[in-house]
Design a protein. Structure first.
Length: 649
């Protein structure tokens, strides 16, 4: 190392000293005169430009200037001549070997003792390394920018103050902020987040990373609110960017839209909850029959906890005699088939046999390969038991019903026989009663006629009363006989002309004569299906009652007409009699029922009417009000027209 100059140094020493400094400089130090010819050239100049001092001194500086920069030198000379200094002018010069070398030059005028500018000194620094470094930084930065831009996740970079410096396109899309608008904005504004559950602004991970200088991991359930207010679930993390000295220069925030993933998670959780809460056993197994999943229903039905059985073979719940079922089921599953409502028996942990209905479906991977099976088992022990009990009950009921029907049929037959016997009995008894009655009547008549003179008036009166009672009894016996005849015999049904029958009856009975009653027969009367003798009895009873049940002194007025009703004919008998109270109307058709003893009668007439009409397939009804007369009607089937014609021919 050279010794620093001192006041005692001689001029040559000082010069040598300066030359040593210049030579030891890393920068090229060159001087030139005002024509541009090189006048001095140090070692560094030799190194940078490749020329030795001997080679270049006296030559024009322009040999160092590339052709395209030829205009620089006159300009430099002009400025130097004007006394200016040119500082850190970055340009390019050419080496001896033809390669370009980037340089930073500082050019100062050289003055002589009188102050006149006689040349220029030029200090040139080789800046290739610096430029390379800058270039390197630039490419690195560019690479980083491209990486961040093309990355699938959203990226936001801030400076140390938390102001946004960069957003990649994904971040632009998710936040709704464009790079040019977001740049320089506070991060909170661009990246607005709330916590999903509380809806309160969440701790901004980037700001924490900035503040604490640590990497902040994923915050769960964060919602990003975009500039337009739309919301997305995101996962985020932030890391500080550090300088060489470890100082925090900014933060890089990386996040992604997980809305879809959250939805999947939610539906997955829901499915899992459904499976867990099912009453049925839901069991997953692989193709070797190993149990993979086991829900609460399975725990309840089979008694094993999930922990106990997962990983074990499904055969632990299959009774030994049914072990062959499993391979058959697995075979069908491997073909992708499903087994529906397969009823079988399995064993619980405590050895209890359980009746089950199984539905087994194949589980497929994303490529459709069968990788296992899901099995839904429903305990049908109870329902089987209930069904059995129900079936038994139904059988018992059916048998009971059959017995009951048999019994009813039996009893009905017995009753029918009894009724028939009774009717026969009443018929024969009535019949047998008539002979002695005739004898009594006959002898009574003989007494009254042949012994009239011998009888005292009182005895004659007694004889008359005997006759009267005998007549009443005869009527009674006659009515009972009529009734039981109708009841016992099947009536021969054919078409009957109603009007001649009515007129015949009116003509025969004295009480129906015009002197005693006004009877109007108002045709036309369609022919009906019935029995002539039966109808004669019905009509005479109805007409007889109609003229009988009138208030004393009131002349009876009776009208008879027909009302056709589809395939039926209604024959109406209307009187002006005393009428019948509503509550008594039901019972007058029963045998021996009479409403008043003020009127002669046996209480059998209407019973005969009802029985006869029913035997003819018809019905009888009444409409009456006390004091306003009565309407009795018979409803009979209408006879077909051809019957009618045959009769007319
Ligand atoms: P009987 O005429 O012999 O008394 P019925 O069986 O013919 O018996 O009638 C039963 C009862 O119905 C009668 O006793 C009477 O009270 C009542 N009855 C029947 N027809 C009429 C009528 N046209 N008007 C008022 N009451 C009647």
């Amino acid at each position: 190392m050279a010794v620093p100059p001192s006041g005692q140094q001689s001029f040559p020493e000082a010069r040598a000293y300066l030359a040593a400094i210049i030579d030891s400089s890393d920068d090229a130090i060159i001087s030139k005169d005002l024509r541009g010819n090189i006048t001095s050239w140090n070692r560094a100049a030799e190194r940078i430009f490749g020329y030795s001092a001997g080679e270049i001194i006296g030559h024009s500086i322009s040999i160092l200037i590339p052709a395209e920069r030829g205009a620089e030198e006159p300009e430099i000379l002009r400025r130097i001549t004007a006394g200016e200094r040119i500082d850190h002018f970055e340009t390019v010069r050419v080496r001896k070997d033809g390669r370009n070398v980037p340089v930073s030059v500082t050019i100062s005028p050289i003055r002589d003792a009188s102050g006149a500018i006689v040349g220029a000194s030029k200090v040139a620094r080789d800046i290739s390394e610096r430029l390379q470094a800058a270039e390197h930084i630039h490419t690195e930065r560019e690479r980083l920018r491209v990486t961040l831009t093309s990355i699938g996740d959203a990226v936001i970079v801030t400076d140390a103050q938390g102001l946004v410096t960069f957003l990649n396109p994904v971040a632009e899309a998710l936040t709704g902020w464009k790079q040019d608008r977001a740049e320089g904005q506070p991060l909170d504004l661009v990246f607005r987040i709330v916590t999903e559950t509380t809806r309160r602004p969440g701790e901004n991970p980037a700001l924490r990373a900035l503040r604490e200088g640590v990497v902040v991991g994923l915050a769960n359930h964060t919602i990003l609110i975009a500039r337009d207010g739309s919301e997305r679930a995101i996962d985020d993390s932030a890391a500080p960017i550090r300088g060489n000295a470890g100082e925090v220069l900014g933060v890089i925030l990386v996040f992604r839209d997980v809305t879809k993933i959250r939805e999947w998670e939610r539906s997955l959780a829901q499915l899992a909850a459904i499976v867990e809460s099912s009453d049925d056993a839901i069991v997953g197994k692989d193709l070797t029959g190993r149990i993979m999943s086991w829900n609460k229903g399975a725990e309840r039905i089979f008694g094993y906890s999930a922990q106990e059985v997962i990983g074990r073979s499904i055969s632990i719940i299959i009774p030994p005699e049914r072990l062959d079922e499993e391979p058959r089921i697995l075979d069908r599953l491997k073909k992708g088939e499903r087994v529906d409502h397969f009823e079988t028996v399995r064993v619980a942990k405590d050895g209890r046999k359980i009746e089950l209905s199984l539905t087994i479906s194949p589980i497929k991977d994303s490529e459709g390969n069968v990788i296992g099976a899901s099995k839904i088992a429903r305990d049908i022990t109870e329902s089987k038991r209930a069904i059995n009990a129900l079936q038994q009950a139904q059988q018992a009921l059916a048998e009971h019903a059959r017995n009951l029907e048999d019994k009813v049929a039996e009893r009905t037959a017995a009753l029918r026989e009894m009724v028939h016997d009774l009717e026969t009995f009443s018929y024969s008894i009535s019949h047998d009663l008539r002979a002695p009655l005739r004898a009594m009547q006959g002898f009574g008549d003989i007494l009254a006629e042949d012994y009239a003179r011998e009888l005292s008036p009182q005895a004659a009166e007694y004889v008359r009363r005997i006759g009267q009672s005998a007549a009443r009894m005869d009527k009674l016996i006659q009515d009972v006989l009529d009734y039981s005849r109708i009841a016992r015999t099947e009536l021969d049904i054919k078409a009957v002309e109603v009007e001649p029958l009515l007129r015949g009856i009116v003509e025969c009975y004295p009480m129906l004569q015009p002197m005693r009653a006004q009877i109007k027969i108002e045709g036309p009367f369609p022919p009906v299906l019935g029995n002539e003798a039966g109808l004669t009895q019905c009509f005479s009873n109805l007409l007889g009652n109609a003229v009988k049940f009138v208030k004393p002194g009131v002349p009876p007025e009776v009208r008879v007409w027909a009302e056709p009703h589809n395939d039926h004919v209604r024959l109406v008998f209307q009187d002006n009699g005393i009428g019948i109270q509503k509550e008594s109307q039901g019972k007058i058709f029963r045998i021996f029922e009479r409403l008043s003893s003020d009127y002669e009668g046996t209480g059998i007439g209407l019973a005969i009417v009802k029985k006869a009409v029913e035997k003819m397939g018809g019905s009888v009804a009444i409409h009456s009000e006390p004091g306003k007369g009565s309407q009795f009607w018979l409803e009979l089937r209408r006879a077909a027209r051809q019957d009618n014609r045959r009769r007319n021919n």
